[in-house]
Design a protein around this ligand. Structure first.
Ligand SMILES: NC(=O)c1ccc[n+]([C@@H]2O[C@H](COP(=O)([O-])OP(=O)(O)OC[C@H]3O[C@@H](n4cnc5c(N)ncnc54)[C@H](OP(=O)(O)O)[C@@H]3O)[C@@H](O)[C@H]2O)c1
Length: 356
């Protein structure tokens, strides 16, 4: 693929904007360019929320509003405001990947509407409805080596799966995991109202996000089992929204197959962080969640909270920036995937050999 790789974003909310900004703050900005954004909101609001962000601060670059787009440090981005994939001329944008951050499309039949409308490939900021609905679900650092470059629909899984799968995998390899219970404490999201208001599929999501601790449904157990089939049927999860703006945590309770001490668990997880310092961190300092705002790791293990109840019932506590950490993994995914794309000459040669 010739550089720069051309990207578009569909859905310019928390994750769409974090993705653009993560690219801007990364050395990869020389090799990847966001050339288009599709978002139903008006351009004034899009420009404003690019510049000013209550969670991550003021955008570290020049944001200009054009007639039909944005300009970031002199690079133009075409903006459209459609709610349907067919309303955008994706083919004319000549993109390599559409980063789908609206969260509205989970089924293969829905995602294929983008392909039919001219997008060559999609990277989703959420899991597919089922494993069959996408070509590949990626957790960077776990299975990025299995990408082929021939996929058209890739999911970047969820922020919680990216955080918990590496840790469970490390615990399982070292001590065996008989059963796991995962309790996510997740910051508020835009699918909750500020004060009580209607939500059409979840009664609890009608309740004021900033006033209550709100249990919500989660597919985390199924998400984990997709990556760690050895744990199929052994994982349960629940998710609780808490009234903070960003940064989340997972309380991981595991029944181990072999005896362990808290010190051994911490030594294992500290060593794992040293092996993959971009993705995993370890700290035993006295933290609160806000310390990890704008943290690029998938997961930070808080060694000060590791507990054992007897030799086999273990409790590990991890932090993650659900917005920024995940946006950084989307960027890793774009880089790893695009490195495998065939060049136009290779694609032509493959088509000729297929069709004679
Ligand atoms: N926030 C997180 O911490 C986080 C972390 C990891 C993954 N995710 C996942 O990422 C996805 C987006 O989450 P988010 O927090 O960024 O949500 P968000 O802030 O609500 O952003 C979604 C944006 O997409 C727009 N949109 C809705 N329908 C659209 C359509 N048909 N075409 C184009 N744009 C459309 C929405 O506009 P309207 O509001 O007008 O509908 C909104 O501006 C979800 O699947 C979520 O689960 C979120």
């Amino acid at each position: 693929m010739p550089h720069p790789i051309r990207l578009a974003i569909n859905g310019y909310g928390r994750i769409g904007r974090c993705f653009l900004r993560a690219l801007h703050e990364s050395p990869l900005r020389a090799s990847f360019q966001v050339v288009a954004i599709n978002e139903p909101a008006d351009l004034d609001s899009m420009a404003y929320l690019t510049r000013f962000d209550s969670t991550h601060g003021i955008f570290p670059g020049e944001v200009r509003q054009l007639d039909q787009g944005l300009e970031i440090d002199g690079a133009p981005i075409r903006v459209s405001h459609a709610r349907n994939p067919e309303e955008v001329d994706w083919a004319a944008l000549d993109i390599d990947i559409l980063v789908e951050c609206s969260g509205q499309y989970g089924k293969r039949s829905e995602l294929e509407r983008f392909l039919a409308a001219g997008c060559p490939r999609l990277l989703l900021s959420h899991p597919g409805r089922s494993a069959q609905d996408i070509d590949f679900t990626l957790i960077y650092g776990i299975n990025d080596g299995e990408l082929t470059g021939r996929e058209r629909l890739v999911s970047n899984a969820s922020c919680t799966t990216n955080a918990v799968v590496p840790v469970l995998d490390q615990l399982h390899r070292a001590f065996g995991v008989e059963h796991a219970f995962l309790s996510t404490l997740h910051s508020v999201m835009n699918d909750q109202p500020l004060i009580d208001g209607y939500h059409h599929s979840d009664l609890r999501r009608t309740r004021s996000a900033m006033q209550s601790i709100v249990p919500v449904a989660t597919g985390l157990a199924q998400g984990v089992e997709r990556f760690l089939p050895a744990l199929a049927g052994k994982v349960q999860a629940k998710a609780i929204r808490v009234p903070t703006l960003n940064v989340s945590a997972i309380d991981i309770m595991v029944q181990l197959s072999r005896d362990a001490s808290g010190a051994e668990l911490n030594a294992l997880l500290r060593a794992a962080a040293q092996r993959q310092p971009r993705l995993q961190a370890y700290s035993d300092a006295p933290h609160a969640s806000v310390d990890f705002n704008h943290d690029p790791h998938s997961v930070i293990v808080d060694g000060s909270q590791t507990r054992m109840n007897g030799p086999r019932l273990a409790n590990v506590f991890v932090w993650f920036d659900n917005e920024w950490g995940f946006a950084c993994r989307l960027l890793d995914a774009v880089q790893a995937w695009s490195a495998l794309f065939a060049s136009p000459a290779e694609e032509l040669a493959a088509a000729v050999s297929r069709h004679g």
